[in-house]
Design a binder for this molecule. Structure first.
Ligand SMILES: NC(=O)c1ccc[n+]([C@@H]2O[C@H](COP(=O)([O-])OP(=O)(O)OC[C@H]3O[C@@H](n4cnc5c(N)ncnc54)[C@H](O)[C@@H]3O)[C@@H](O)[C@H]2O)c1
Length: 241
């Protein structure tokens, strides 16, 4: 198999400035892709030198800015809308709930909408969204996050149907508990939750962002050519318990 299966392909990763998104941007670039990583706190120095990664500061909820960004894009083969936040108990307030839904759900739909014409022109375009264990479970201290991630699953299945005729496949990964700044925030706001999550993960550890990136690349590439509308857990067995 080629070591650069994404050579000549253009990949857009939102939330590409940290955690799973940054690992995904770097992974696709190592597989030969030209990568656009957008998000907050953009820092090109965070990536290995020599990779074709363009890092852009962009708030995914700022639609005029997103429109401007898409105005600069001429090609796109893969969209990974990974930007996401959790605010803990602040999500119990309407303002916190709305903020999480705006970033984790509405912006994903908007990026998919804006990407669709370019992905259709690609001929083998793909979208890989970020679901979660909280697509399956409710959350007393993160209702906005759980609602957004439940909705991402149905959005992903719907996009799979909407865009199938254009040759665009759309799938999701559902990461278990992955060692990123987002998980660090759980450690801070809910330490008992943090240790409980580790205890019920059969493989006995948190995942590495690159392990999620590899699953995303599988769903984005030709090896999964007859797969669309699925949600692939990448969770160390968490959902089996
Ligand atoms: N870490 C986990 O255990 C885990 C588990 C399941 C799902 N996920 C999902 O994976 C995705 C990435 O999470 P992570 O753990 O890497 O988080 P992270 O905190 O490391 O990174 C989040 C990214 O989202 C970006 N972002 C946040 N708000 C934004 C905004 N308004 N505009 C643009 N970018 C914005 C940040 O800049 C950052 O790049 C999220 O969708 C998250 O829900 C993570």
């Amino acid at each position: 198999m080629s070591t650069t299966p994404f050579a000549g392909r253009t990949v857009l990763v939102t939330g590409g400035t940290s955690g799973i998104g940054a690992a995904t941007a770097q992974h696709f670039a190592r597989l030969g892709a030209r990568v656009h990583a957008v998000g907050l706190g953009a820092d090109a120095a965070a990536f290995d030198a020599g990779l074709d990664i363009t890092v852009t500061e962009l708030d995914v909820t700022d639609r005029p800015a997103v429109d401007d960004f898409f105005g600069t894009l001429t090609e796109l083969d893969v969209l990974v809308p990974a930007a996401g936040v959790t605010l803990g108990e602040a999500e119990l307030s309407p303002e916190g709930f709305d903020k999480v839904i705006a970033i984790n759900l509405l912006a994903v739909q908007y990026f998919a909408y804006k990407s669709a014409p370019l992905l259709a022109r690609s001929g083998s375009g793909t979208i890989v969204t970020l679901a979660s264990m909280l697509s399956t479970f409710g959350s007393s201290d993160g209702p906005g996050y759980a609602a957004s991630k439940g909705a991402i699953v149905q959005l992903t299945k719907s996009l799979a149907q909407i865009h199938a005729a254009s040759g665009i496949r759309c799938n999701a990964v559902a990461p278990g508990w992955i060692d990123t700044p987002l998980l660090e925030s759980v450690k801070t706001v809910a330490p008992e939750t943090y240790t409980g999550l580790l205890a019920r993960t059969p493989l006995g550890r948190f995942g590495d962002p690159t392990e999620v990136a590899r699953a995303i690349a599988f769903l984005a590439g030709p090896e999964s050519s007859f797969i669309t509308g699925v949600v692939l857990p990448v969770d160390g067995g968490y959902l089996t318990v």
